[in-house]
Design a protein around this ligand. Structure first.
Ligand code: FAD
Ligand code: NAP
Length: 339
């Protein structure tokens, strides 16, 4: 057996909130064979298996009575290159941001707007990660997953993943699909998306008129570093709530009451509200209760000042949800995966 299974392992270092709970069993997978061995081991112990990547989208509220399997598989390969379009495949355990940088170094564009997102390649399809107007569905070319129910491998096409705003099939069929590797259709000729928020402005400030994909990546890294707390310094899981989609009627009512409401009409007729704006407007920005708090610069980010438990973070989140529902008649949905 090559899998190194350890009992009673603290997960503090394995979740970006830095919450100190224990895994009953813990192992790292370095190959497909390790993954299969871990599934067999967990079954023999009559324990569930919880797969994690970088732990940057988790809220751990209790000790985990499972075999926690951290994906540590490595490998990036170019499957096809016609001089314009490139098909790249990466193993699930590859760290996301270094992978993005690798694609840019090769001269491949498409992932630049998704720079500096923590976590792994394998988790990226879970919530169809997105930032600055790009989601992975925009460059997605397929993935291979292990069906934990049958032990068979299955390739998924773009259509089969049911990607939507911070959502996918994999979020709904929890515990069934273990993503092993993901493929991306990238481009040697850049089609940059600069129309989002402060990206264009940041490039202009830097005196860049003809931006390259790497320029865009650097600009986004600099914006993100200013706004978002570094989990290595202050525990957090990024945006704690999804931006709510509401009806045009409710958005119009709110706009009358709050002329500075941040709202983005969607193609399907709904309106996306900036959850961070709602939470800020309600006065939560910078709020702290014990070691659980709302970040002082970005109200959408809940933080752990050191020794907060997952339940304390969760209780703060629920207080915010109730308040936002009362003030604005808007339901906020949690983004991180809660265990
Ligand atoms: P984990 O947190 O380890 O796991 C997340 C979920 O995926 C869990 O349910 C887990 O069981 C499952 N999972 C993990 N790996 C696999 C696998 N191989 N197969 C099947 N299931 C798996 N997200 C965005 O979309 N956009 C952002 O801009 C963004 N910015 C962030 C900034 C900060 C500072 C932080 C802390 C987080 C941010 N996030 C953002 C959230 C997070 O980084 C992403 O959701 C990321 O994809 C999570 O990857 P992970 O490897 O850490 O997943
Ligand atoms: P921001 O630029 O301050 O904008 C606030 C919100 O308004 C964003 O959440 C964004 O929604 C929306 N928005 C802004 N410009 C938009 C446009 N032109 N069209 C449509 N919607 C627009 O946001 P931020 O907090 O600094 O984050 C910047 C980007 O990184 C966002 O895309 C955000 O989603 C992403 N991010 C995600 C996480 C996470 O954990 N999920 C953490 C940090 C940052 P969208 O979120 O739908 O883009």
């Amino acid at each position: 057996m090559s899998l190194d299974v350890q009992p009673q392992v603290s997960l503090k270092a394995f979740n970006s909130f830095g919450i100190d709970v224990r895994a009953q069993l813990f192992a790292e997978a370095h190959s497909d064979a390790d993954v299969r061995e871990a599934l067999a081991y967990a079954a023999a112990q009559q324990l569930p298996l919880l797969v994690i990547g970088g732990g940057s989208n988790l809220l751990l509220t209790q000790d985990i009575a499972a075999l926690v399997l951290r994906m540590a598989t490595r490998g990036i390969r170019v499957l096809h290159d016609d001089g314009q379009q490139v098909l790249v495949e990466a193993e699930a355990g590859e760290a996301w941001h270094p992978f993005v940088l690798w694609t840019l170094e090769q001269g491949f564009s498409g992932l630049e707007n998704l720079s500096l997102i923590p976590g792994t390649v394998g988790a990226a399809p879970m919530q169809n990660i997105g930032a600055y107007g790009v989601e992975i569905k925009d460059v997605f070319a397929g993935l291979t997953a292990l069906d934990r129910q049958t032990g068979e491998l299955r390739d998924f096409s773009l259509q089969e993943c049911n990607f939507a705003y911070r959502d996918s099939l994999f979020k709904h069929e929890v515990g069934r699909w273990l993503i092993l590797r993901v493929r991306f259709a990238l481009n040697r000729v850049a089609h940059l998306k600069l129309g989002y928020g402060p990206v264009q402005q940041r490039l202009a400030e830097q005196g860049i008129t003809q931006a390259t994909p790497s320029d865009v990546s650097r600009a986004i890294c600099s914006i993100r570093s200013e706004k978002l707390p570094d989990p290595a310094v202050l525990g957090n899981a990024g945006s704690f709530f999804k931006n709510p989609l509401v009806s045009q009627v409710l958005a119009a009512q709110l706009q009358l009451q709050y002329p500075d409401l941040v709202a983005y009409p969607q193609a399907d007729g709904q309106v996306k509200l900036a959850a961070g704006w709602l939470i800020d407007k309600a006065g939560w920005k910078g709020f702290r209760d014990g070691d659980a708090g709302v970040h002082r610069l970005q109200a959408l980010v809940l933080v752990n000042y050191g020794a907060a438990t997952g339940l304390e973070i969760s209780s703060l989140a629920q207080r915010i949800q109730r308040d936002i529902a009362e003030r604005f008649q808007v339901d906020l949905e949690m983004e991180p995966n809660r265990y």
